[in-house]
Design a binder for this molecule. Structure first.
Ligand code: NAD
Ligand code: ISE
Length: 343
């Protein structure tokens, strides 16, 4: 029996997740789609693999898709500010939901989701922090846990996009892009962010209306410093870097390029074009884990709490940009539903 999934928001990542759910992974089929761009939803539904048991229905609204009897689990891959309403509706319907990051764009919205999930009584929400499923990040975490680096003192994170789409605005450098680095820092260090400072160097001439690049410095509860470079118009490719510096050793993500070519007196390799290429395997592992958990009526991996904790830091970072000051973060008490830690 396949898990019958409905997907809300069928843009870049919605279509990429539909591709993997229908042609790469096992145990799921796409029975419904919805998008505010109805023509796009209709086109995507028509293109879904003929191997499916059921034809894919197009729903006029995300709410109608969630309410549909044939939909057993929901994927939310629309824009960040629209996530809260859909995740709340999925929880109200008792349906497992995979929500792309950010869980929501304000901490209040994330708390609304947490309160609804806690009232429901078990986890239904998985947040799309796919870096936690990436083999290189998993090795980095294993190197930290193994202990030979000593206590982590710094995490240096670099997040470079070749370019971003036209709807990308300055706040998205924090809410949409840095949210990954914030989550992965919490996960790698098994720690919480306590304060954040944000600086901007000279603006890149490629930045257009977006404030770019951006540099964040965060202090964690255990006393480590996390710095994050966000560059979203770097032109040369999608470049993700990370290094942990401990008291007695360091560990860093290697280049993702698998082959080094030497010619013409130089050496070179391939740089991924975007997130779809760099994290292709991580998304596969992430979504397969979701299908398995959702088929049993639950959720696994990054939780609403993780989405909330990231949103709190993002909100503090946006306040830090506004004021120019270091801004402290404050988390509510962690509900026992999310007791398992950041790991
Ligand atoms: P996109 O613009 O390509 O697609 C978004 C789609 O959502 C569009 O088709 C749009 O019409 C639709 N949409 C907007 N508002 C809607 C609403 N209220 N109801 C239904 N549909 C609506 O954007 P994208 O790059 O696919 O990003 C979508 C989400 O996925 C964002 O939250 C983004 O942060 C996240 N994302 C995550 C990763 C990752 O690495 N995990 C990568 C890319 C995008
Ligand atoms: C996008 O939404 C993603 O999540 C990508 O992983 C990230 O690199 C990009 O900056 C975001 O806009």
């Amino acid at each position: 029996m396949s898990l019958k999934v409905g997907v809300i928001g069928v843009g870049m990542i919605g279509q990429d997740h539909i591709r993997r759910l229908t042609t790469v992974l096992v145990g799921a089929e796409i029975v419904a789609v919805s998008d505010v761009d109805e023509a796009r939803a209709t086109q995507v539904a028509a293109g879904i693999s003929g191997a499916q048991v059921h034809a894919t229905q197009v729903h006029a609204t995300g709410e109608a898709l969630i309410a549909a009897d044939e939909v057993e689990a929901v994927g939310v891959t629309s824009w960040g500010p629209t996530h809260e309403a859909y995740v709340l509706a999925a929880i109200a319907a008792g349906k497992p939901v995979f929500c792309e990051k950010p869980l929501a764009t304000t901490q209040r919205a994330c708390l609304n989701i947490i309160e609804a999930e806690v009232a429901f009584g078990r986890r239904l929400v998985q947040v799309g922090f796919m870096r936690r499923y990436d083999a290189a990040y998993r090795s980095l975490k294993a190197a930290v846990s193994e202990g030979s680096l000593g206590t982590p003192l710094f995490f240096h994170s670099v997040h470079r996009n070749a370019s971003v789409p036209p709807h990308y605005v300055s706040a998205m450098a924090i809410n949409d892009t840095a949210t990954h680095d914030i989550d992965i820092a919490r996960w790698l260090l098994d720690d919480e962010i306590e304060s954040v400072t944000v600086m901007h160097p000279k603006r890149s001439r490629r930045a257009g209306a977006v404030s770019d690049p951006t540099f964040l410095i965060m202090r964690t509860a255990k006393g480590a410093l996390v710095d994050v470079e966000i560059s979203v118009n770097i032109a040369y490719g999608y470049d993700i870097r990370g290094e942990i510096v401990g008291e007695t050793g360091t560990a860093a993500l290697a280049e993702s390029n698998p082959v080094v070519i030497k010619d013409d007196g130089a050496f070179r390799g391939h740089i991924p074009a975007d997130w779809r290429e760099r994290f292709i395997d991580a998304y596969d592992v992430e979504l397969q884990a979701w299908v398995r958990a959702a088929a049993s009526g639950g959720a696994t991996g990054p939780s609403s709490w993780d989405g909330y904790a990231a949103a709190v830091t993002c909100e503090a970072a946006l306040a830090a940009i506004e004021s120019g000051a270091t801004v402290a973060t404050h988390l509510v008490e962690r509900p026992s539903l999310y007791a398992e830690g950041n790991a």
